[in-house]
Ligand binder design. Structure first.
Ligand SMILES: [Zn+2]
Length: 181
């Protein structure tokens, strides 16, 4: 359920059968998010929101509705760019170096640039479209190398190094960027 609030913009209400009381957090989009017991009505949720308004303003960095909308828009653009680029780039390097993965998934997690699962699915963060191409390629080569080494062992890094000689610099530079929006 989503509440429209003049002050906080869209407020996400998550029903949680395990929770006994109301908890406020900030979602990755910068929206206010409320976790409420399963049978909480919209009326009750609004009442809790109103009675906690002062505390929320004091403690939680809610983004204003305009910022929320701007971020949604930015994410949409980024996702579109990512769809038109990342799967093809991944495929290009996989073919070039003889890797076979099962599928490419695009994500927008806040904490990681990419991952490789044991079923050979490679996930790439749409935020990669914001970083320089060399770093983007590094992430792709890093995840491809995980197809052969599901860890960060010496053998893994040696394999990354085969395809990206400057991987150490790239790994360091990547830390200057954040995958989140
Ligand atoms: Zn890794």
């Amino acid at each position: 359920m989503i509440l429209k609030d003049d002050e906080f913009g869209e407020v996400i209400v998550r029903k949680n059968s395990l929770s006994r009381n109301i908890k406020f957090t900030i979602s990755t989009s910068g929206r206010l998010s409320m976790s409420v017991p399963a049978h909480t009505s919209e009326f009750l949720a609004k009442r809790f929101l109103n009675s906690n308004r002062a505390t929320i303003k004091e403690k939680l960095p809610v983004k204003n509705p305009e910022t929320q909308r701007a971020r949604d828009y930015q994410k949409k653009i980024l996702a579109k760019k990512a769809r038109e680029y990342l799967p093809y780039r991944l495929d290009y390097y996989a073919n070039l170096y003889g890797y076979s993965y099962s599928k490419c998934r695009l994500t927008h997690a806040n904490t990681r640039w990419g991952s490789c699962s044991s079923n050979r699915t490679i996930s790439l963060n749409i935020g990669l479209m914001k970083v320089p191409e060399t770093l983007r390629d590094y992430v792709i080569l890093h995840e491809l190398a995980h197809l052969n080494h599901m860890d960060h062992s010496k053998a893994f890094w040696a394999e990354v190094g085969l395809h990206d000689k400057n991987y150490k610099t790239h790994e360091k530079k990547l830390k200057q960027f954040s995958p989140g929006l």
